[in-house]
Design a protein around this ligand. Structure first.
Ligand code: G
Ligand code: G
Ligand code: MN
Length: 643
């Protein structure tokens, strides 16, 4: 067997391997994945037909047979080029290029080349035959190759310019790919033997490029194995770009609280797997995404199915779960999103998804199907207005802060307070803080706003000498989004020292964040702790965290969310019975929120909680109100105790 033949057989095997390996892996269902798999397939066929061509050239009898083989081989080569080209175009779409111009720009040159190549055996453009019927490539073959390679270079330049979101690493990859193709052109022009070798080597680099674009870490949620929000948004973006109708059912587990607070990661996973199984069975080929801590999206193939799926799920998912002999009450919210009926604009659709993910205000009854066409558009407008108000507040440094007292069992007095931001609208009415904080988080203005709130809190504490009035520390909320700001720690330290507040007096309340930025948050928390500040885990009982999750975070205090306190008081669950001793055993101090009556106080006292916060003591108060409250409360408690 000669070298050339061996080379071709080896590369056919190599492409086949790549192709099947790729099929085995979980890939985001996007166009670029499909195009790339077609490309690998075409490369494999091309190598196989090259073997045939060599064989027929060596041992073939007739010119006719040679010509037929040639046409087939050229066709597969064209298929390689077209699929690779489509793949690169799809990457460009993903980056937001207008598909129509891209198609015209991209496909027309390929079509011209296609006709050219198809006709070539008969016109003798790319190949010539000698008297023996053996073929030889001629100069036009090289010209064709060079034009194609140039086309790829142009494609890559387009991607390079379009990709504004990613920086150095991506750019390097693009430049590197361009270099690869330019080298290929040089080899082709110099007609060196390197050219053939290089053609084979190129697939390596193209595959690396492809892997970089697929980045499974970015698209897959490690805990559930489903695609995550990034993957979902990308698929969604593509559907809208290509205007492919779809129907999608969003399912949010309401108050996932109850089950996952106490239970081990294994049980939590059991529950998630169970939900996933029900989704998979019921959706019949729909693709499941885990797009928020407790929100799933099921993307269906055929558009009319979301409502049908909703009824099927409602039947299948029981409301009471029996998990290791504990009954858990379980409720769901369902949202239907149909494209293009419920909106044609990508941003608008994303707004609706945000809405479904964070519609915690419970406007809707559990188990009801909500069609995301109504009223949600108005929400987007309102969001714009609020985003604008936030920007104005930052510019004028006019965000207000209120203070809610926190009671200490040990001291039997108010020893702490939580700083809560307040923003007013055009009519001077307060905007729901959860709502505007979320908007500030989504557009990153929380970073600036958070610092202003922090500074105002420090000014308040310094000016009023609250630490001489029985207050031991001050709690300030910190958004996970702020933790991604590299300068956070040094900025907070600088602000605190500017106003003479020791960092030891400061407690930072953080809500457990979603899977994506857990690492960044964790790192920041460790850095903050080094400054002497204490960390409190806020809203415990509303998210996805498990006990082991909490224990891995550098948290000194755990704030039990009001919903958990209330449901416990109503006898709806027993979780606090197990949870509190476990937290205490781990050395965490416990603050119970939502204390509204003496029954709540007794419960937390029995469970050996450390601090209480709630309307029983006081609602959040303005500065003068709080100071008045503090004097009165701590004074009367003291005199009450002495009496
Ligand atoms: O009072 P209340 O409605 O204020 O606050 C609702 C939620 O808004 C709180 O649970 C808290 O998470 C959030 N919040 C209030 N003030 C701030 C703030 O200054 N920063 C951050 N990040 N969140 C805040
Ligand atoms: O950040 P965090 O979720 O801890 O903020 C506390 C929120 O809870 C604030 O919005 C505050 O107004 C609210 N809150 C505090 N105590 C009570 C209470 O006893 N009852 C009710 N309904 N809300 C409370
Ligand atoms: Mn808080």
């Amino acid at each position: 067997m000669d070298n050339l033949l061996f080379c071709q057989i080896a590369s056919a095997g190599f492409y086949a391997l790549l192709f099947f390996c790729d099929l085995l892996k979980k890939q985001l269902p996007t166009k670029r994945t499909v195009f790339f798999q077609l490309f690998l397939c075409a490369m494999m066929l091309d190598a196989i037909f090259s073997i045939d061509v060599i064989l027929s050239q060596r041992y073939g009898e007739t010119v006719m047979l040679n010509e037929a083989m040639l046409v087939v081989e050229l066709l597969t080569q064209v298929a390689c080029c077209v699929t690779l080209h489509l793949y690169i175009m799809a990457v460009a779409f993903k980056l937001g290029k207008n598909p129509v111009t891209m198609v015209i720009f991209g496909i027309i040159p390929v079509c011209i080349l296609l006709t050219f190549v198809l006709l070539s055996p008969w016109l003798g453009i790319a190949y010539e035959f000698d008297q023996l019927g053996h073929m030889h490539r001629n100069i036009w073959y090289n010209v064709g190759q060079i034009i194609l390679l140039l086309e790829f270079v142009i494609d890559l330049v387009v991607i390079w310019v379009s990709d504004i979101k990613y920086t150095a690493r991506r750019r390097m990859l693009y430049s590197f790919m361009i270099l690869i193709f330019i080298l290929a052109i040089i080899f082709e022009i110099s007609n060196s033997t390197l050219s053939a070798l290089w053609q084979i080597g190129m697939i390596f680099f193209i595959y690396i490029f492809y892997l970089a674009q697929q980045s499974p870490d970015f698209y897959i949620d490690n805990t559930t194995g489903y695609f995550n929000r990034n993957g979902f948004l990308e698929v969604l973006y593509e559907e809208v770009q290509y205007q492919i109708p779809f129907s999608c059912l969003l399912v949010r587990v309401r108050d996932f609280t109850s089950m996952n607070q106490i239970y081990s990661a294994e049980i939590l996973q059991k529950i998630q797997l169970e939900i996933g199984e029900i989704f998979t069975e019921s959706s019949k080929g729909g693709i499941i995404y885990h797009i928020g801590s407790s929100t799933y999206a099921i993307m269906l193939r055929s558009r009319s199915n979301a409502e049908v799926l909703y009824y099927r799920l409602k039947d299948r998912i029981s409301e009471i779960w029996n998990i290791d002999d504990v009954m858990v009450n379980h409720e769901y919210s369902y949202y239907e999103l149909t494209y293009p009926e419920y909106g044609t604009d990508y941003e608008e659709i994303v707004q609706k998804i945000h809405y479904a993910r964070s519609d915690h205000e419970a406007h809707h009854k559990a188990g009801e199907l909500i069609h995301l066409q109504e009223g949600v558009g108005k929400d987007a407008e309102r969001r714009q207005e609020i985003a604008h108000l936030i920007e104005t507040a930052i510019m004028d440094n006019s965000i207000e802060i209120h203070f809610q007292p926190i009671f200490s069992f040990e001291e039997d007095s108010i020893t702490s307070l939580e700083v809560l931001a307040r923003l007013r609208d055009e009519n001077r009415n307060y905007i729901n803080p959860e709502y505007f904080i979320r908007i500030a988080e989504e557009n990153h203005t929380i970073v600036q706003l958070g610092k202003q709130i922090f500074e105002k809190a420090c000014i308040f504490a310094g000016k009023n000498h609250i630490f001489d009035m029985g207050i031991e520390e001050m709690s300030i909320n910190l958004s996970p989004e702020q933790c991604r700001d590299e300068h956070l720690t040094e900025d907070l330290v600088e602000i605190a020292s500017k106003h003479g507040i020791p960092m030891e007096r400061i407690h930072l309340e953080i809500t457990e964040s979603e899977f994506e930025d857990k690492k960044a948050v964790e790192e920041t928390l460790y850095r903050l702790k080094e400054t002497g500040a204490k960390i409190a885990l806020d809203d415990f009982g509303t998210g996805f965290s498990t006990l082991s999750n909490i224990l891995s975070l550098p948290v000194d205090y755990v704030k039990i969310d009001k919903s958990l306190v209330w449901s416990f008081a109503e006898g709806k669950n027993q979780f606090l019975n197990d949870l509190m001793p476990m937290l205490k055993a781990e050395g965490k101090q416990i603050i119970a929120e939502g204390i509204e009556n003496t029954e709540h106080i007794d419960i937390i006292k029995q469970l050996q909680g450390d601090y209480l916060q709630g309307y029983y003591y006081s609602k959040p108060l303005s500065e003068p109100e709080f100071l008045r409250f503090l004097k009165r409360f701590n004074h009367s408690e003291k005199s009450g105790a002495e009496a």
